[in-house]
Design a protein around this ligand. Structure first.
Ligand code: PLP
Length: 395
């Protein structure tokens, strides 16, 4: 053993989550009595709907406190089959294609681990969710980035994808609606990308965790619904964190062709056994009551939409900031390049001088931007905008 460094190659190479770090710093300042406006949060600021909580409490009281099957409760896997038919236009799936995991994050990780290894390349459109590159590296594979800025509505093109493919390309990761940009690919745009992936024998990881968070008439499309070939190439990740304000429950989903789902379930069985048993009963209640779920999501969306419009309006009124009015998730991703600062410098100065916490775009592979989450109160949005305007005017 190298006595100087006990850490493995995996531990030495992994970067901690910068989004969690910004959120933690803002919370620490708040706890210390500072008047911080935090735009770092990656979670809805609502409580979990009561009927979902009740179902989990009931399960606890009934003694559902033991291990569950590694891939998830049979009833929940069956309910997921119905969910995909009802909401995503994918009929005829089987429970054996479903895996319930402790979080969409873990679903993504196991999906990558199940199909990628050393020597493989994974195409990651940038700006990307912070965890994808690190997960790819943990699988021993190599991330390759395809950049699409605000001038392209943060969307890669089929030509860009075709150019990036090499004989080593194994997987493409798509995330629509997107974290950090909030962009939403149309069905036609996704179909064109999926066609290139299928032509080139590349698998697709479609991270659809924000599928319900849509505005301005945007519609969600699932690549696995684009026909047999697309379905055979696609691993679909989802979860309950964002749609149902269940971030702390740690519940994610994965749907894939049978062989991949089985491999994911095996990986899960050896690394975490199963997602928390009584929590799965809460998720089951959410899926079994589409009416109550739909109402809960709609009321959350109404609030998010109002904040999105206000934050966008306020940001674009600041001289030097350019910002697309994203139609999904709960983030805006303004371009701050005109100020001549790196995103890290911009964010650090903003936090220091005005106590406004935003996430530097460099964390998402886009140094000309910062990410603001509007999963925060109207009051914080107003105060934060005022402070940002003052800060930018002084640059
Ligand atoms: C794009 C994306 N995928 C997956 C996740 C994972 O969410 P969770 O593990 O809470 O289900 C997140 C959470 O921030 C995300 O932004």
């Amino acid at each position: 053993m190298n006595s100087q460094n006990p850490l493995s190659v995996w531990a030495r190479n992994i970067a901690p989550s910068p989004t969690l770090a910004v959120d933690a710093k803002a919370k620490a300042l708040l706890a210390a009595g500072e008047d911080v406006c935090g735009f770092g949060a990656g979670e809805p600021d609502f409580d979990t709907p009561e009927f979902i909580k009740e179902a989990a409490v009931k399960a606890l009281r009934e003694g559902k406190t033991k291990y569950a099957p590694a891939a998830g409760l049979p009833d929940l896997r069956a309910a997921l089959v119905e969910k995909f038919a009802r909401e995503n236009g994918i009929p005829g799936l089987e429970p054996s294609q479903m895996v319930v995991s402790p979080g969409g994050k873990y679903s993504c990780y196991l999906a990558i681990l199940a199909v990628c290894g050393p020597g493989d390349e994974v195409l990651v459109p940038a700006p990307y969710w912070v965890s994808y590159p690190e997960m790819v590296k943990l699988a021993g594979a190599t991330p390759k980035f395809l950049f699409a800025g605000d001038d392209a509505d943060f969307k890669i093109t089929p030509a860009q994808l075709r150019d990036a493919v090499t004989p080593k390309t194994k997987l493409l990761i798509l995330n629509s609606p997107s974290n950090p940009t909030g962009t939403v690919y149309t069905r036609a745009e996704l179909e064109a990308l999926v066609a290139v992936a299928v032509e080139n024998n590349i698998l697709l990881l479609s991270d659809e965790i924000y599928e319900h968070l849509l505005y301005d008439g945007a519609a969600h499309a699932s690549p696995a619904s684009f026909g047999k070939e697309a379905a055979a190439a696609t691993i679909t990740v989802g979860g309950f964190s964002k749609s149902f304000s269940m971030t702390g429950w740690r519940l994610g989903t994965l749907m894939a062709p049978k062989a991949i789902a089985a491999a994911v379930a095996d990986l899960q069985s050896q690394t975490t056994s199963n997602a928390t048993t009584f929590a799965q009963y809460g998720a089951l209640a959410a899926l079994r009551d589409p009416k109550a779920s739909g109402e809960a999501i709609a009321s959350m969306l109404q609030v998010f939409d109002r904040r999105r419009i206000r934050l966008h309006e306020g940001l674009t009124a600041i001289k030097g900031i350019r910002c697309t009015r994203a139609r999904g998730a709960f983030y805006l991703f303004p371009n701050i390049a005109s100020f001549g600062l790196s995103s890290t410098e911009f964010s650090a100065k903003l936090l220091e001088s005005e106590k406004v916490a935003v996430v530097p775009g460099v964390a998402f592979g886009a140094d000309e931007y910062v990410r603001l989450s509007y999963a925060t109160s109207d009051g914080v949005i107003e105060k934060g905008l005022e402070r940002m305007a003052r800060f930018c005017a002084g640059l």
